[in-house]
Design a protein around this ligand. Structure first.
Ligand code: ATP
Ligand code: MG
Length: 259
């Protein structure tokens, strides 16, 4: 179903994003639960102010440094990610030399194949996790345990935009560096990841591309020093303080109508 949203609508961008997810759902690769997850994300985006905040930028820089330093980085893709940022996934993977792997909570071969098609249409040369999801991540009960032996199984760093807490914890237990993009700073994913980018995936991915270009000539020593100085707990606490301060400011009389 095509919906014409007037560009003058005050929530134009946000409505466009919703339409992309609905289209992905109608085309059979976004899960019902993915639509609900998006609603949770939007709620936190309101609280953050629908902008990339300073602690997210620091996390993005560290995340890109980690990806560039890795031997086997992988970008894990689910239905929402394929609907919202497929081109950015392909571009970032190229820049940091990462593999792309489809990994779904509600796995069906049809959904996996459709997501791979979306990524290939955006220029992905290889998409793992389609017919080669033959290995298993231990202790994980959902279909997400099925991974590619050439991808997530052997990855040292996994970028998991919009991830589930269980899987983030399982990947961490395997000793992997897990980078999450999650608007909810309180989710188990956000708290279990090694690097948590609290931002909308539609803003975070283009910024990651920008940083990957910027850091492409940085030495390993420079990249390592960015990582050494990074403290995920401090970042999460800065995010919570940002939300608290913002709400405090907004709650002061007439500022509310401007938000
Ligand atoms: P937990 O990590 O505790 O399992 P959850 O069950 O809410 O949390 P999932 O449903 O598995 O997590 O994953 C969805 C997560 O993605 C939510 O935390 C939601 O806030 C976040 N999210 C949804 N849409 C976006 C988006 N566009 N950008 C960034 N994060 C998003
Ligand atoms: Mg969950």
């Amino acid at each position: 179903m095509e919906v014409n949203i007037p560009p003058t609508h005050p929530r134009y961008q946000s409505l466009l994003i919703r339409e992309k997810l609905i289209k992905g759902f109608e085309e059979g690769y976004v899960a019902k639960a993915g639509l609900i997850a998006h609603g949770r994300g939007e709620c936190f985006d309101y609280l953050i102010g629908e902008t990339t905040i300073e602690p997210a930028l620091k996390a993005i820089e560290a995340a890109v440094a980690a990806l560039l330093l890795s031997n086997n980085p992988v970008i894990s893709v689910n239905g929402n990610v394929a609907a919202l940022v497929p081109e950015e996934v392909v571009k970032l993977a190229e820049l940091v030399n990462a593999k792309i792997e489809v990994n779904l909570f509600y796995r069906s071969e049809e959904r996996v194949m459709k997501i791979a098609e979306v990524l290939r249409a955006c220029g992905a040369r290889e998409v793992l996790g389609v017919s080669d999801a033959t290995a298993e991540i231990p202790e994980l009960m959902s279909e997400r345990r099925r991974v590619s032996p050439r991808g997530i199984l052997i990855a040292d760093t996994v970028l998991v935009p919009l991830e589930d807490g269980d899987r983030t914890e399982a990947l961490r237990r395997l000793g992997k560096t897990v980078i999450a993009i999650d608007l909810n700073p309180l989710s188990r994913t956000a708290r279990a990841a090694s690097i948590t980018i609290v931002d909308n995936v539609v803003r975070a991915m283009p910024k990651m591309i920008e940083y990957a270009q910027k850091l492409s000539n940085a030495s390993r020593e420079e990249l390592s020093s960015i990582l050494r100085e990074y403290d995920n707990n401090a970042i999460l606490s800065e995010v919570l303080k940002h939300i608290r301060n913002r709400l405090e400011e907004l709650s002061k009389s007439n500022l509310l109508i401007q938000c």
